[in-house]
Design a protein around this ligand. Sequence first.
Ligand code: COA
Ligand code: MG
Length: 298
Amino acid sequence: MRSKLFVPGTRSELFAKAQNSQADAISLDLEDSVVESRKDEARDKVVEFLCSSEVAASDKTIIVRVNNRGTAHFESDILAVTKPAVDMVNLPKVESAKDVCAAVEILEKAEKANGVIKTVKILATIETPKGLLSATEVASAHPRVAGLQLGLNDLFESLSIDRQDNKNVHATMLAMRMAAGGANIFAYDGAFADFNDENGFRIEAEMAHRLGYLGKSCIHPCQVAIANEVFVHNEDDVTFALRVLEEYKIAAAEGIGAFSVDGKMIDLPIIRRAEAVVAASRRLQKQKHTDTIVSDES
Ligand code: COA
Ligand code: MG
């Protein structure tokens, strides 16, 4: 999930465009891009789209951002959007394990009521000071939490933190990455509002990639290609990882735990990382292959 394209729930004319984009995931939004007076309308539009044949046939990751706990919409949103096509529910402004558990309770009810066989996962957004301080607790609150997502817009705007200063961005990204890593779940980068500033988007995306984030949220189609380009391992990394795994086979057969490749000491953490790099690269190859078949057929 290198890229995830947000679409406001009220703008149903964009749903199919997002669905046909190159984004790995789409995120239908019921929260801050929808005005209070249109919350019910947005939910209805999103549900209609989730039940359509184009979504059922899609291999994109389908996410819905619901309104946060504490709003009148939280429960009705989750009950309505937990449909077979949905992979993850994105919970905004998560601040505690209780917020996660409240969502899990409703998800369980909704899955039964809506005939959803799979377990719908949770993507928890960390975008308040309290949320960042509780991120470790949130990450391990429940096995349904698949990832943490960073929301720098809300977090920085509310605290007057300068987003142009990369040190601020880096420190916050690292903090949330550690919380996610401690629970062995993924960290996901948030949206970048100035879609005309492609370089600014790229700088944040590259920083997130270097910190081991899985991908970055996009709010405009022009950001998707950049995220898809940034969140991949380059060829040198993959070649090196393959060599590490080859040499590891030989070393392991000889009962050796530490060996060298290109003058670099290799032991277990580097082997685990090499395995992850190769696995991610193979997943992407497979995805590209499927995309090619689909575009050849259409
Ligand atoms: N998904 C799919 N297509 C989109 C899109 C999106 N999120 N945003 C824009 N497009 C399409 C437009 O329909 C347009 O298509 P066209 O060339 O066929 O006419 C094209 O991309 C260019 O759009 P543009 O005119 O530059 O954008 P806009 O001024 O219409 O809208 C935003 C700009 C920011 C309002 C809009 O992109 C948007 O609503 N983004 C998502 C916001 C959101 O969900 N926020 C919550 C999470 S932070
Ligand atoms: Mg937000």
